[in-house]
Design a protein around this ligand. Structure first.
Ligand SMILES: Nc1ncnc2c1ncn2[C@@H]1O[C@H](COP(=O)(O)OS(=O)(=O)O)[C@@H](OP(=O)(O)O)[C@H]1O
Ligand SMILES: Nc1ncnc2c1ncn2[C@@H]1O[C@H](COP(=O)(O)OP(=O)(O)O)[C@@H](O)[C@H]1O
Length: 207
């Protein structure tokens, strides 16, 4: 990774129209819904379903998907631990800006390391960071394998694949946990409903 020098002599610039005004306009409160879990656990599926459900209620959201960000903003980053850390940090900073814009920002990344997720949490007022853990067994994710990546990882053709030969650290204190019920995965609509219920209860869907 390139070493960047720190900026000096910089000053924060305030503006008359701020977060409060934007939130009033949108009749909602900006926040970050951070979805973490193994590849294939259903992060993108939940993110899209949630965004659709919020849209149908007239609420503005924006999805930051790990795979998509790696096509642009984070295209210079690979999957070494320090590159994942930088990937999460940058995404956290962007998510913070979206939340400041008044949007419900839905970030869906594996984000395998607890410390990196906690760093993003610390960028926002605590209640505004909602961590959603896709608690799906590795066996299920591997059986789904929609991109064939687990197969490649098992064959040793991808090194450092999360859950196979790179660690995933589950959250210790997440706000929402999505898991199987009696061995059955909830449908995308039910998963999204669980998050919407939380957002509603915590007052994010009104000003
Ligand atoms: N080594 C390795 N480990 C894990 N995942 C890998 C790897 N190589 C490629 N991929 C693909 O990259 C997607 C994960 O990108 P993320 O930005 O979410 O990863 S991370 O948060 O930085 O760990 C992930 O997408 P999802 O399957 O949607 O999670 C994979 O498709
Ligand atoms: N709740 C669900 N019920 C059934 N299949 C699901 C569910 N969530 C995700 N899937 C399927 O599992 C696969 C992986 O989902 P995806 O959202 O791409 O996971 P991730 O973003 O975590 O890699 C996809 O084929 C998707 O259709």
């Amino acid at each position: 990774m390139a070493t960047l020098s720190n900026s000096t002599n910089i000053f924060w610039q305030d503006c008359q129209i701020g977060r409060a005004e934007r939130q009033k306009l949108l009749n909602q409160k900006g926040c970050v819904v951070w979805i973490t879990g193994l590849s294939g656990s259903g992060k993108s599926t939940l993110a899209c379903s949630l965004s659709r459900e919020l849209y149908s209620r007239g609420k503005l959201s924006y999805v930051l998907d790990g795979d998509n960000l790696r096509h642009g903003l984070n295209k210079d980053l690979g999957f070494k631990a320090e590159e994942r850390t930088e990937n999460i940090r940058r995404t956290g900073e962007v998510a913070k800006l979206f939340a400041d814009a008044g949007l419900i920002c839905v970030a869906s990344l594996i984000s395998p390391y607890r410390r990196d997720r906690d760093t993003c949490r610390s960028m926002l007022p605590d209640a505004n960071f909602i961590e959603v853990f896709m608690n799906m067994p590795l066996e299920l994710c591997e059986a789904r394998d929609p991109k064939g990546l687990y197969k490649l990882a098992r064959a040793g053709k991808i090194k450092g694949f999360t859950g196979i030969d790179d660690p995933y650290e589950p959250p210790l204190n997440c706000e929402i946990e999505i898991k199987q019920d009696g061995g059955v995965c909830p449908t995308p609509t039910v998963m999204a409903g669980q998050v919407v219920t939380y957002l509603e209860k915590e007052g994010f869907l009104e000003h």
